[in-house]
Design a protein around this ligand. Structure first.
Ligand SMILES: [Fe+2]
Length: 301
């Protein structure tokens, strides 16, 4: 098959459960690594829409969404998933933008003009607490909030679980993805992120145990194939590196060994390097989004 990590049709609403949809966006290029991106849309019992990790804006997508309900909440679930917010904010002035702590202070975010109205925490706000639960993972230089839609038992994650399909990639990117540890069926958080999460491992392990404890029917990952078959076991498998760290248990089940598999120095260095390049490329994506948006808004003469 040709190498293409995208999940067409792109920028299109796809139903996955009652009141839950996904939208697959145009893949981003991160350090030579093509990464598919996905947002999840939840219609709350109030009728309001929540967009978790918004992908690129298009007027057609906005129109299709607004047929479902008013777009009220734009959620930037971690410090890297904010690049496409600007256009949504301008198109939906009535929406509240939620970001993880510290996101609004990041130089790239300030430079982009993206506005963070409210900060996410460990407790879901009244706006969605009736039906959506929230798990907060925080470590040095990284924070993520994962949401769980209780009625459909749908878990939404950003980077704590990746599940990229290697067969869709050319050999070199597939090799890089393998070094990062993000390839299905063993996809995990990328290695550089796993290293960061070690800085607060007990709290992060407890948060991961909560994710597993939800026993989700499906896990909608932001990068890669949705976990929709045997999702609880797949999620536990993906988080096994983390769940063995603390005394965390999920559903009374011992979650595995306490020791971590050691990462070799070369692999770690390579993964950190890829992580740095990935971060730089995400900034490039944000910059391109801004310049494309400026061109769209420029008066035509
Ligand atoms: Fe990501």
């Amino acid at each position: 098959m040709p190498h293409d990590v995208a999940y067409p049709p792109l920028d299109t609403l796809k139903p996955v459960a009652d009141a839950v949809w996904i939208v697959d966006g145009n893949p981003i290029k991160a350090g030579g690594l093509p990464l598919p991106v996905r947002m999840t849309v939840v219609r709350l019992s109030t009728g309001d829409l929540l967009l978790y990790s918004p992908t690129r804006y298009t007027p057609d997508l906005q129109r299709d969404l607004e047929r479902l309900g008013p777009i009220r909440h734009l959620v930037a679930p971690n410090v890297g998933h904010w690049m496409f917010l600007g256009n949504w904010q301008r198109a939906c002035p009535g929406a509240t933008t939620w970001g993880v702590p510290g996101l609004r202070d990041r130089a790239q975010v300030r430079a982009s003009g993206v506005r963070i109205d409210r900060e996410l925490g460990s407790v879901p706000p009244p706006e969605w607490s009736r039906e959506v639960d929230q798990v907060f993972l925080q470590a040095a230089f990284f924070t993520e909030v994962d949401l769980f839609h209780r009625p459909s038992r749908t878990l939404m994650v950003a980077d704590i679980v990746l599940n990229v399909e290697g067969r869709r990639m050319p050999p070199l990117p597939r090799f890089m993805a393998g070094v990062l540890g993000i390839l299905e069926p063993d996809g995990r958080a990328p290695l550089y992120l796993r290293l960061l999460l070690r800085t607060n491992r007990r709290a992060v392990a407890e948060a991961a145990a909560r994710l597993v404890g939800f026993e989700p029917r499906r896990v909608i990952v932001s990068h890669g194939r949705v976990l929709d078959l045997d999702a609880p076991a797949r999620l536990q498998h993906s988080l096994r590196w983390l769940l063995g760290w603390g005394d965390a248990k999920a559903g009374g089940v011992d979650l595995g060994p306490r020791s971590l598999p050691g990462a070799g120095a070369i692999g770690t260095g390579l993964a950190v390097g890829v992580g740095l390049v990935l971060g730089i490329n995400l900034m490039v994506v944000a910059s391109r989004e801004r310049s494309a948006d400026r061109q769209r808004r420029a008066p035509r003469g």
